[in-house]
Design a binder for this molecule. Structure first.
Ligand code: GDP
Length: 303
């Protein structure tokens, strides 16, 4: 992985590191492991939004290792903790993109999560990799979302297909797929509604969009990325579950990692939602998106 991305992941973890993991490092100093060590460790991990169930799992694993490996000094635990945290994260693997004439990527998530910005960053990134993304503004319920996406599209110089406000998002996607075919775009990135009057409406809308993609392009959507706002912590998990019920989510874009000390969410998302983190948002500009690298992430938590 490029060194630049490791650095930007590390920089975006500054709050998480300062608020929590440097304290974990401090806690796991040279003293002896006592019951208090475990309690404090548990408290710090919960505070980093690692999640209660994942924290309990981790601390139990560490207790067992401390017993089995006769670890008496707290500083030896730090290495074990890093190993256990790393083992919660799958190794980086390629996205299911680039193996066909045209990729379709659905992007879902609640309003305000950073969805529009993340779509712009993704399109910008893929464009730099020689792709020709076309954006489909299928969040027809929110005029501001369409406008915002249009501004981004012009700024990065990618095609965009929009529809009338309040119109059928499935029709926008259909038009976008046709446009991509006639203009030879090799990928279509679809913005979707992030809020409707009811949860039921939102989910059935997403299902419809999903169906239009599946019906018109073989194997589509090839990736369905859920944008999660890192600053919302554990609440984001229940939101994510709703999206998972509606569509088959394949990965997470964790936006605003730079704005939060809740970076431990990465573990909760991976373990409790069983979804790989694909990208992290590291700031507000187009370049502020890093492909998720588990090793760089673990290093960034502690140093
Ligand atoms: P949407 O309503 O989900 O489409 O959210 P937007 O894309 O409009 O983003 C909401 C706000 O979050 C905007 O002010 C963005 O600039 C900001 N934002 C998005 N991603 C990031 C990120 O990775 N880091 C930071 N610091 N801000 C972000």
């Amino acid at each position: 992985m490029a060194k630049g991305f490791a650095r930007s992941i590390r920089d975006s973890l500054t709050r998480t590191r300062n608020a929590v993991f440097s304290r974990v490092a401090g806690l796991l100093g040279t003293s002896e492991v006592t019951e208090e060590t475990w309690e404090k460790l548990e408290e710090l991990l919960v505070r980093a939004d690692v999640g209660v169930s994942t924290t309990v799992y981790l601390v139990n694993r560490l207790r067992k290792r401390a017993r089995d490996e006769a670890i008496l000094q707290a500083d030896e635990l730090q290495g074990a903790l890093r190993e256990e945290l790393r083992s919660l994260l799958p190794d980086a693997s390629p996205l299911n993109l680039g193996d066909r004439d045209r990729d379709v990527v659905l992007v879902v998530g609640v309003n305000g999560s950073g969805k529009t910005t993340s779509i712009a960053k993704l399109a910008h990134r893929w464009q730099h990799h020689g792709r020709t993304p076309l954006l489909a503004a299928a969040d027809t319920y929110r005029a501001a979302a369409v406008e915002q996406l249009d501004i981004w599209a012009k700024r990065i110089g990618v095609d965009i297909v929009t529809g009338p406000q309040g119109g059928d998002p499935g029709a926008v996607l259909f038009d976008a797929l046709q446009a991509a075919q006639s203009r030879n775009n090799d990928m279509v990135v679809v913005d979707t509604a992030g809020r409707l009057h009811t949860q039921y409406n939102l989910m059935s809308e997403l299902q419809k969009v999903h169906k239009v993609a599946a019906k018109n392009v073989e194997g589509a959507p090839h990736e369905t990325l859920l944008v999660v706002d890192a600053t919302t912590g554990q609440n984001a998990l229940s939101q994510a579950r709703h999206f998972q019920e509606a569509v088959h989510v394949t990965g997470v874009v964790l936006a605003k990692l730079d704005s939060t000390a809740k970076g431990g969410m990465v573990f909760a998302i991976t373990r409790e939602l069983e979804l790989p983190i694909r990208f992290v948002g590291t700031g507000e500009t187009l370049e502020d998106l890093a492909p998720f690298d588990p090793d760089a992430f673990i290093d960034g938590l502690f140093e």
